[in-house]
Each structure stands twice: as structure tokens, then as C-alpha cells.
Write a protein that binds this ligand. Structure first.
Ligand SMILES: [Zn+2]
Length: 287
């Protein structure tokens, strides 16, 4: 076999492996926040409860062959399932391109998978499960010894500084406004990110996450999407004057920060060296 043939076979294998992990992440995303087991019961249709047979559970392909509908009751299957499988497969390919067949590959792909799960749990529920972020910190520090992408000291300092920074911002914001902005879930997420990427990533991750989060929030408000969202029930606001309900001011609009921290982390992981040399004129690289 030629080298090109071998490379194509490896790429196909990495893609299929990534898609399978994405299939597992779908289970994590829907079951973990509800405290349900990840293995029992086996996958079933949420509409009719019918068990999903193995040939209807093939990542991406089954969704296409079934036309996005349950074989038993024809209820629509959420497009989120194949999209997460496709996204995870793409991240597996990206990790393979970035690291090659190296010890870093499974560790940093696990990091990407954790970011995907956290993102799609945080968007609808505004929580970041400790069950993912805290083991993530430990694996990130362990990865610094095994993979050699970052020094272990940079990893440990990153975890501590990442947590402390967001905890400080969150407490300061709450102290000043008596409203919750960022939560401790975000602090543990940045600790995990900086454990994998080193403390040097923190300025970029915080800056890029804030800019992209703000840009999307302004876009959503411009499109009129955010006003329609009902305010979260808050016992402190029970005495709010009538007429204000239903109209959510910008400072009250709930935009989860976790997905933007995750996006910025992926940008740093895959484009960090390029970003450093082009946007920071190499000065940042001296760190
Ligand atoms: Zn069904």
C-alpha cells in the first residue's frame, strides 16, 4: 500500500472513531444533567420508548437513512444528534492533524469531547457539570506530564489562576450588582481549559470568549431573539414593578459563558501558534 492509501485509511478510522464518541456524547448531554445512568437503559426513542436497534444507531448514517424520523413512530429525531456526531468527528480529525499518532492525541481529543459535552449541556440548562470539569482539571495536569504540550508547572498554575480569576470576577460582580453573572461552573471550566493549555492561554481565552459572546448577544438582540426569552424566575425580583416583565434588558439577559470559553479554547488549541505570530506579533510567544 502506498503512504497515501495508509493515510486515507487512518483518516477514515479517526473520523469513524470520532463520530462514535460523538454518539456517546449525545447520551452524556441528555442524561448526565438529569442524574441518569449513561449505560442503562439502552438508547430508546423519547417519543414512543421503542428500543433503537444497532443498525438504526450508526452515527450520522442512520439519521440520514431514517430521514430524521423514528422507525417505529415516525417522530422527528433532533438534528442535534447527527450534528454533534459530525462535530466530534471533525474535532478528532483536527486533533489527528495537530498531534499525529502521539500520546497527545487521545488526551487532547478527550479535552475536545469534554468541551463539546459542556457546551451543549450549558446552552439549554445554564449549568456546567462538575462531573466533567473537575476530572478534566486532573486529566489536564496529568496530560502535561505525558504529552509534553505544556510544562506541568504552567498547567498547575493555569488551573489555579483560571479558577481564581473567574471566581473573583463572579464574586465581584455579585457584590456590586447583587446579580449572578458568571458562576462557579465557569471558574472550574477555565481551570480545566488552562490545565490542558497552560496559563499562557488564559488572556486569549478570556478575551476571545468575551468578544465573541458579546458579539453574538448583540446580534441576537438585534434580531429580536433575546427579548422573547422570559426572565429566569428570581425570588429577589418578586416585587419588580408591573410592566417590566417580559422585556429583558441586556444586563439581565442570560447568555451562558461556558460555550464561548470552550470555543476560545478550541481556537487556541488549533490556531494558537498562528494567532500568536499574526495577532500578537510574536511578543506573546515569548511567554
Ligand atoms: Zn419512536
Amino acid at each position: 500500500m502506498s503512504a497515501a492509501t495508509v493515510e486515507i485509511i487512518v483518516l477514515v478510522f479517526v473520523f469513524l472513531f470520532g463520530a462514535s464518541i460523538g454518539s456517546f456524547l449525545n447520551v452524556v448531554i441528555f442524561r448526565l444533567p438529569e442524574g441518569k445512568s449513561l449505560v442503562r437503559p439502552p438508547s430508546h426513542c423519547p417519543a414512543c420508548g421503542h428500543g433503537i436497534r444497532w443498525y438504526d444507531n450508526i452515527p450520522i448514517l442512520s439519521y440520514v437513512l431514517l430521514g430524521g424520523k423514528c422507525r417505529s413512530c415516525r417522530a422527528s429525531i433532533s438534528l442535534q444528534y447527527p450534528m454533534i456526531e459530525l462535530l466530534t468527528a471533525a474535532l478528532a480529525i483536527a486533533c489527528y492533524q495537530r498531534f499525529g499518532l502521539d500520546a497527545s492525541l487521545p488526551l487532547y481529543f478527550a479535552f475536545c469531547a469534554a468541551l463539546v459535552a459542556i457546551t451543549f449541556i450549558d446552552i439549554p440548562r445554564q449549568i456546567i457539570p462538575d462531573e466533567i470539569s473537575l476530572p478534566g482539571v486532573a486529566v489536564g495536569v496529568a496530560a502535561s506530564f505525558v504529552a509534553g504540550e505544556v510544562r506541568w508547572t504552567d498547567s498547575v498554575i493555569g488551573a489555579a489562576v483560571g479558577f481564581a480569576l473567574i471566581a473573583l470576577i463572579a464574586y465581584g460582580y455579585y457584590f456590586l450588582t447583587h446579580r449572578e453573572g458568571m458562576g462557579m461552573g465557569d471558574a472550574k471550566l477555565l481551570a480545566m481549559i488552562a490545565a490542558f493549555l497552560g496559563w499562557q492561554s488564559i488572556p486569549f481565552v478570556l478575551f476571545a470568549a468575551s468578544v465573541q459572546g458579546l458579539a453574538l448577544a448583540l446580534f441576537a438582540i438585534g434580531m429580536g431573539w433575546m427579548k422573547k426569552a422570559p426572565p429566569l424566575p428570581d425570588p429577589r425580583e418578586a416585587a419588580a414593578p408591573p410592566g417590566e416583565a417580559g422585556d429583558v434588558p441586556l444586563r439581565q439577559a442570560a447568555v451562558p459563558f461556558g460555550p464561548f470559553l470552550s470555543l476560545a479554547a478550541l481556537e487556541w488549541l488549533f490556531f494558537g501558534p498562528w494567532l500568536m505570530s499574526h495577532l500578537f506579533l510574536g511578543g506573546y510567544a515569548a511567554l
